[in-house]
Write a protein that binds this ligand. Structure first.
Ligand SMILES: Cc1cc2nc3c(=O)[nH]c(=O)nc-3n(C[C@H](O)[C@H](O)[C@H](O)COP(=O)(O)OP(=O)(O)OC[C@H]3O[C@@H](n4cnc5c(N)ncnc54)[C@H](O)[C@@H]3O)c2cc1C
Length: 288
C-alpha cells in the first residue's frame, strides 16, 4: 500500500477532468493529480473521430482525438501529474482509494474533483423483449470497435434512438460499408441536432421513424431481425401495426447515465434531474 498527498485530485482524464486540472493549477493549486483508469487521456473523445470539437476552446475545428490531445498537452505543460491505468475505488473522508498494477494507493487530498463522465443505457435498462443473440451493441461500443480497434460491427443495421450519438453512428456505419435500414425514435421529435439529421441521415438516405420503437428482437446466434411498432401518445406500442425488419445488428443510442458510484460513496447529494452531483457556481479556494 502506498500513500500520496496532493492539493487537488481529479478522478477522470477526459476533457472535463483535464479542464478542471488546468483550472486548479491556474488558480493556485500546488500539486494536482489526475487519476485515469484507461491507458490514455481524453475520455470518450478518443473514439469520436468526427470533426466539430474545439471551436469555442481552441478557436479551430478539431476531431475528438485532436481536441483531447491538445488538452492533454496543455495539462502536461502545466505540470499536472497523471496516474494512468489506475482506478479510483472509494472515497473515505479526505482520502481517495485507488488501485493499479502496483496495488492500493491512498491519495490524501485538499480538494477532490469527480469527472468520471457517463455510460450508456443498455437493453437491460429498456427491457426490450426478444431473444439474446450477438449483434446488439450500444452506439458507443460500436463506435469504439470501429474507430479504435478497426472492426466492422455488422452489415445491416437498425438504430434505436435519434440522439446525436445514434445519428453520428448511422453515418459512420454507412461510411464503413454497412446498410443502415432505419433510425427509430420513440418520441414524436428528433432527439439530436437538426444539423446531424441533415448530415448523417438525409445525406445517406437513412429513414427516420419518429413515434416508433423496437418491440422484439429475433435471432439464435446472431440478430436476424427486429420488430418495430408505432407508439401512441402514451408511448405504448400499437402491436397491430408492427412490422419486421431483417438486419444483423441493432445499435442502441438511448441515453447516458452519469458514472456516479464514487459520488454516492462520498455521500454527495445527487440531482434527481441529472442523476449526477448537485453543483453550484461558486469557485473554491485550494489548500494542501
Ligand atoms: C459513446 C459516446 C459518444 C459521444 N459523442 C460525443 C460527441 O460526438 N460530441 C460531444 O460533444 N459529446 C459526445 N459525447 C458526450 C461526451 O461524453 C462528452 O462530450 C465528453 O466526453 C465528456 O467529458 P468528460 O470528461 O465529462 O467524460 P469522459 O470523456 O467520459 O471522461 C471520463 C473519464 O473518466 C474515467 N473514469 C471514470 N471512472 C473512473 C474511475 N473510477 N477511476 C479512474 N478513471 C475513471 C474514464 O475512463 C474516462 O476517461 C459522447 C458520449 C458517449 C458516451
Amino acid at each position: 500500500m502506498k500513500d500520496l498527498n496532493c492539493s487537488v485530485v481529479i478522478v477522470g482524464g477526459g476533457p472535463a477532468g483535464l479542464a478542471a486540472a488546468i483550472s486548479a493549477k491556474k488558480n493556485g493549486a500546488e500539486n494536482v493529480i489526475v487519476i485515469e483508469r484507461e491507458n490514455r487521456l481524453g475520455g470518450i473523445l478518443k473514439q469520436c473521430i468526427h470533426a466539430g470539437f474545439g471551436l469555442q476552446y481552441f478557436g479551430e475545428e478539431l476531431t475528438g482525438p485532436e481536441y483531447a490531445e491538445k488538452f492533454a498537452v496543455l495539462a502536461k505543460e502545466a505540470g499536472i501529474e497523471f496516474m494512468l491505468d489506475t482506478t479510483a475505488l472509494n472515497i473515505k473522508e479526505k482520502t481517495l482509494v485507488c488501485v493499479n498494477s502496483e496495488g492500493i494507493i491512498n491519495i490524501h487530498f485538499g480538494a477532490l474533483v469527480l469527472a468520471m463522465g457517463c455510460r450508456e443505457r443498455t437493453r437491460a435498462n429498456l427491457v426490450i423483449p426478444g431473444s439474446r443473440p450477438a449483434g446488439i451493441y450500444s452506439a458507443g461500443t460500436a463506435q469504439k470497435l470501429i474507430n479504435i480497434f478497426g472492426h466492422k460491427v455488422g452489415k445491416e443495421v437498425v438504430i434505436l434512438g435519434s440522439g446525436d450519438i445514434g445519428m453520428i453512428m448511422a453515418r459512420r456505419l454507412s461510411l464503413n460499408g454497412a446498410k443502415v435500414k432505419a433510425v427509430v425514435e420513440i418520441m414524436p421529435y428528433l432527439a439530436g441536432l437538426v444539423r446531424n439529421k441533415a448530415q448523417c441521415l438525409d445525406d445517406f438516405n437513412i429513414p427516420l421513424l419518429l413515434s416508433h420503437t423496437v418491440v422484439d428482437i429475433t435471432g439464435v446466434d446472431r440478430v436476424e431481425s427486429v420488430t418495430i411498432a408505432p407508439v401512441d401518445e402514451n408511448r405504448r406500442p400499437i402491436m397491430e401495426k408492427a412490422e419486421t425488419i431483417s438486419c444483423d445488428t441493432l445499435l442502441l443510442s438511448v441515453g447516458l447515465i452519469p458514472e456516479n458510484e464514487l459520488t454516492r460513496s462520498a455521500d454527495v447529494e445527487l440531482s434527481s434531474i441529472t442523476k449526477g452531483a448537485v453543483v453550484n457556481q461558486y469557485i473554491p479556494s485550494f489548500s494542501s
